[in-house]
Design a protein around this ligand. Structure first.
Ligand SMILES: CC(=O)Nc1cc[nH]c(=O)n1
Length: 109
């Protein structure tokens, strides 16, 4: 059984960006800000619960929605307006968010 501290889900359409190393952050709400720096976390698709890869948590930092900027967009490999739209769709009622920075772990396959 995988503990919540060692599992994270992403929308399937984002997973190629993670696996290729192009997306190096994720912005989550407080309920998903529990990841420990240095821990290794397994990445699964939200829709089908398929394992995608493993990441190591580099940092977890609080941020307000209105402070999401071009640098975050580059790290998400998304255009800034699309990133802000996506985050608003997922978390419509909060301004209190967390930037989780991670690095891709080498895979066995
Ligand atoms: C499943 C899910 O919430 N996925 C998210 C949320 C925020 N950012 C992201 O990259 N993925």
């Amino acid at each position: 059984m995988i503990d919540v501290a060692n599992k994270i889900t992403f929308f399937e359409f984002l997973t190629p960006l993670i696996k290729s190393g192009k997306k190096t952050i994720t912005i989550r709400d407080k309920s998903e800000s529990h990841y420990l720096v240095g821990s290794q976390v397994e990445v699964f698709t939200l829709e089908t619960d398929q394992k995608v890869c493993e990441i190591e948590i580099v940092s977890v930092e609080a941020i307000r929605f209105d402070l999401i900027n071009e640098f975050h967009a580059q790290q998400e490999h998304l255009a800034l307006p699309r990133l802000k739209e996506l985050i608003k769709e997922i978390y419509p009622n909060t301004n209190e968010l967390f930037v989780i920075t991670y690095k891709l772990m080498p895979s066995d396959t």
